[in-house]
Design a binder for this molecule. Structure first.
Ligand SMILES: *Cc1c(COP(=O)(O)O)cnc(C)c1O
Length: 353
């Protein structure tokens, strides 16, 4: 007998690299290239080490209140966690405990299958269509729950609200989770459907559109009953999930709508012009509504381009996975970074360097 027989063996999720060097152009983990709203800096500057002596508010009340205001839902309809990864993990633990497989797309956020394995949840991957869409008609098989990102990752393709409605109509008895990590960059949020569907959970994050990946703030919105179930599980796991700096910084970020809109719009504009330039170079780019582009080139393998970019200090994301192993996911950086990136790609393609 060995303790090894009783280990929860899992194949871990592999996050994108976080290089220590400073002069890397880092387009590999969909971080926002712009700083958080100025109010965040102020909130953090006012923090006192002395304040850390006490536990934080277990309800993260200040943050929840601001979120309720911003998204026009009741406080009781909001659940917060340490990044949306934490929120999603709690949702797996809370809602996916049946015998039937949960469903998610085959090309999607690869963390889903890691949680399913980790929590021993049976799952079935539903292939995206040939043109990378989630087809709602494929989500009518018997299942124990459904989750998908909208826009999807790493494709960036968004599903219109009537598609989501179709999935919800066919699945009234299980929890349907829409992971809206990138929704602010141009997709329609499923939030308006909350009133009609008590089994819908909408998950969002401060990591991308609010430039706060390092703070780890995620949240879910849904029917009060769903949120109560999530909270019960969380309080049975770790009751002080949100630390003091995160609660204050998150609340401060929500106060500055103008800054939020401006930075998000800048990234959208950059994305659209970078897409045009890549297409002129012969790339095929999916129609992204996120802060990244998913692209392939007929004349150079994605793995090779990935390597050559890396040698030149430019990190993008490459997934050696079925169907997508000839694609690169490129996070949208500042306009300046993207100009350097495009120039480098052009030179690599011309074989000049
Ligand atoms: C980035 C991302 C998340 C997780 O983000 P957090 O930093 O944990 O909030 C969740 N889902 C998708 C699809 C993502 O791309």
């Amino acid at each position: 007998m060995s303790w090894k027989e009783h280990v929860r063996a899992v194949e871990p999720y592999v996050p994108g690299e976080q290089p220590a060097e400073k002069n890397i152009i880092k387009l590999n983990t969909n971080e926002n290239p712009y700083p958080p709203a100025p109010g965040v800096r102020k909130a953090l500057a006012e923090l006192q080490a002395e304040d850390m002596r006490l536990y934080p508010d277990p309800t993260a009340g200040l943050l929840v209140e601001k979120l309720a205001e911003e998204y026009r839902v009741k406080k009781e309809q909001i659940f917060v966690g340490v990044g949306s990864d934490d929120v999603l993990a709690m949702a797996f633990l809370t809602f996916f405990n049946g015998e039937d497989p949960i469903l998610f797309p085959d090309v999607s956020y690869s963390f889903y299958e890691v949680w399913a394995d980790c929590f021993r949840v049976p799952y079935k991957e539903i292939p995206l269509t040939e043109d990378w869409q989630i087809d709602p008609d494929d989500y009518t098989v018997k299942n124990g729950g459904i989750l998908f990102p909208n826009p999807n990752a790493p494709t960036g393709i968004a599903m219109p609200l009537d598609g989501i409605r179709k999935i919800l109509d066919a699945n009234r008895d299980v929890v349907v989770i829409v992971d809206e990590a990138y929704v602010d960059f141009g997709a329609e949020s499923a939030l308006p459907l909350l009133e009609e569907y008590d089994n819908l959970l909408v998950v969002q994050t401060f990591s991308k559109s609010r430039s706060m990946a390092g703070m780890r703030i995620g949240f879910a919105m849904g029917n009060e009953e769903l949120i109560r179930c999530l909270s019960d599980v969380r309080y049975s796991f770790n009751s002080y999930t949100m630390n003091r700096p995160s609660i204050l910084a998150g609340a401060a970020a929500l106060e500055d709508r103008a800054y939020f809109r401006h930075t998000v719009q800048t990234i959208i504009n950059t994305r659209d012009s970078v897409k045009e330039e890549l297409e002129e170079m012969g790339f095929f780019c999916l129609d992204s509504r996120a802060n990244f582009l998913f692209v392939t080139h007929p004349d150079m393998a994605a793995s090779e381009l990935f390597r050559k970019l890396r040698e030149r200090g430019m990190y993008v994301r490459y997934f050696a996975r079925p169907r997508i192993d000839n694609y690169l996911r490129i996070t949208i950086g500042t306009t300046k970074q993207m100009q350097v990136f495009l120039d480098t790609v052009r030179l690599i393609l011309q074989g000049k360097r």
